[in-house]
Design a protein around this ligand. Sequence first.
Ligand code: GRF
Length: 190
Amino acid sequence: MLRIAVLASGSGSNAESIYRYFEHSELAQVEMIVTNNTKAGVIQRFLDKKAVLRTFNYPEESGAVLKELIAGADIVVLAGFLKMVPPSWTRAFNGRMLNIHPAILPKFGGKGMYGKHVHKAVSESAESETGITIHLVNEQYDKGAIISQFFVDIEPGESPELIEKKVRALEQQYYAPTIERWIENLILSQ
Ligand code: GRF
């Protein structure tokens, strides 16, 4: 049974859907939820769940948390983690750390491109589609190998709010099954 740690800084809708997806799985379980934000909505979502909830001061406690991740997790899934992942973390989990970006990388990615900033940029662009990108995490923001992308059409001038709604629906539908398929490949490749 592989142990998943989820890193989140926000409302935690992805963290919760991943937890529920694997709740009765023989393959993997979400064992840890790690957040740098003591006010994050993700905390409320996990008060009544089995996963260990760890809030920490970034970057002061990054070393201690890395030790806990190494001891307690086989793979690390980022789900709205808004801080730069410490290089010591990406090295320790090289090839075993995933992230989801709410747009079609390499467009609309990089520093500062998160949450509403992404949807606003897409809304103001001439794009006729947007979507999500699930990728490996390396030391450069949003530059890890792309694992999967899922697309949704958008109309010219569509609002950032409506784009966000469509993108979040893709996340809920595809992030967890993509993690599952990636874990199966990881096990097969060992
Ligand atoms: C999601 O839109 C995800 O794509 C991005 O951050 C947001 C996290 O939302 N990385 P939530 O905290 O999972 O609700």
